[in-house]
Write a protein that binds this ligand. Structure first.
Ligand SMILES: [Zn+2]
Length: 69
């Protein structure tokens, strides 16, 4: 257990990225991939299954289901 290097896949090109100081653009493999991904966000064409849920949205959903009584 001496190696504790976390490896992730670049969201853009799926290349393996080591999570550390040698990867300043993590989780992207390079600046280009980061910019590409940011461009996707700008175009609102980005959707990640299991993306973090906005706490406010979650509260709204909870309130709605409570109205069923
Ligand atoms: Zn990449």
């Amino acid at each position: 257990m001496s190696e504790r290097v976390l490896r992730v896949n670049c969201p853009t090109c799926k290349d393996i990225v080591e999570w550390g100081e040698q990867s300043p653009w993590r989780p992207f493999c390079c600046e280009r991939c980061k910019l590409i991904d940011f461009g996707e966000w700008a175009n609102e064409r980005h959707s990640i299954p299991g993306a973090p849920v906005d706490p406010e949205q979650l509260a709204n959903l909870t309130n709605r289901s409570d109205e069923h009584d």
